[in-house]
Design a protein around this ligand. Sequence first.
Ligand code: AMP
Length: 513
Amino acid sequence: MGKIVGIDLGTTFSAIAELDDLGNPEVLSDPENNNRITRSAVYIGRDKAIVGDKAVDAAVTNKKNTILEVKSQMENEVVWSTKEGGWIEKEGKKDIKGYVPSQISSIILSKLKDYTSGVKKAVVTVPAMFAEAARSATLDAAKLAKLDVELINEPTAAVLHYANLPGASVNGRVLIFDLGGGTFDITIANVKGKKVDVITSVGDKHLGGRRFDEEIINILDKKYKKAKSKGLDNPLKDEKLFTIAERIKKILSNKDKATEIIEGPKGPHKIDVSRKEFEDSIDTYIEKIKMLMEEALERADCKANNISQTLLVGGCTRMPVISQVITKIMKKAPVKGVNVDEAVACGAAIYAGLQNKDSLNTAQRKAISNVELNDVCNFYMGTLALTIDQERNMAVQYNDTVIPRDTKLPCSITKTYTVVSDGQKAIDCSVTQSEGEEKDVEFVNLISNEPLELSKNAKAGDPIEVTYSYDSSGKMHCIFEDKKSKKKHEINLKPIGSKDFKELKDNLDFEIE
Ligand code: AMP
């Protein structure tokens, strides 16, 4: 029987964990350098792909072949072109040579999988607010890496880890604050012993440490320009500067000032960055964080004093300003003590055990015997329907919610619509996704739109049944059924226009280092 693992496939760093013989999650290290977290960076060579720090080093000299932050592209129809050295939108263009996000992610997963042997099944984590297309692309990536995978939301995995700590004192209604390298999620959940019931999640897919690094680079650029009368060359495209900025950010988590020598077009220059300067520069992000905390409380229909603990996850929660903001809003300091870089992978390993109990030994099964997890759907999932505007006597399209946000998983909801006119040939099986409840078609994301032919003698009023279901791991299935002809159309959500699996496999014959 193959091994089962949990994988935190992060924007900037990734980690893999498994349950040890006693059922405790254990992070696996890269056997080459003993690192417990691996940079989610990929260098693509002629017949070799390199993952990790070495790939970041390669980005300095060979930018075009090095892909960073692939996770932020998972929902997009883009191709990394090594000729152009960037992401190219596929829309309308045929056969662009390169790699789609799921292929790049599969290289990272293959690397992590090799930290141990015999891995067959995995739970891979995704941001709570990851769109369906991005989830689907992540599943493709896992399949390409020859992994049988289920997904779990990152903050959900983290709370599972917190709830399972030996002698854990996490109890009641908790807020999980997850600020990583590329994404920010807040989840509110009820924890009772080892039972976790998620209530709601909110987040921002583009808020994280990398944005903070950009702000530090802007400070360095301004200071360099002031001293040397010339700014740095294309600073936000310079990976060496990102490495320096990240170092400064980390130093500023412990000290009031960081100093670095910056190489620029007018020679080297020594630059100081104070914590105050850094915090001022990320002020708009901090405001967004505060707003999302308020939104999470509102969605969970509770006040700060109803939250027993705020649990930290993600490397950027080490920044002092984050603890200050949390303490101000929640009127209590956050809980410290777990390794914020590893909590998500550890929670994923626990969930992997829970979903594959047959693969566990007696001690492991006992360790997780009381663990229970109930998650929710993080978006409004709907379909486009027609209604008659009586005044104008014409059909107008509107978005109708099928599964509301925060519905408990697993779930299956069926709604019945009707054929609009006699002799209608087909209907559009459209699937929409939105963060808020929306009627206006302009404000929803159309994630699938495929036709279903109706029977020849279709009549106005014939019923069309639409069933949306989520399994407990958050995977969605949609069925549109013409009840008269019993014809069904089933939708597998994929990024619109994405390649089929066989094609994905074709240009991925790499040795991975
Ligand atoms: P994660 O996605 O959870 O692995 O978090 C990675 C992010 O955390 C990166 O942007 C890191 O630069 C950032 N990070 C890690 N350690 C620290 C620290 N001590 N202070 C500030 N940011 C940090």
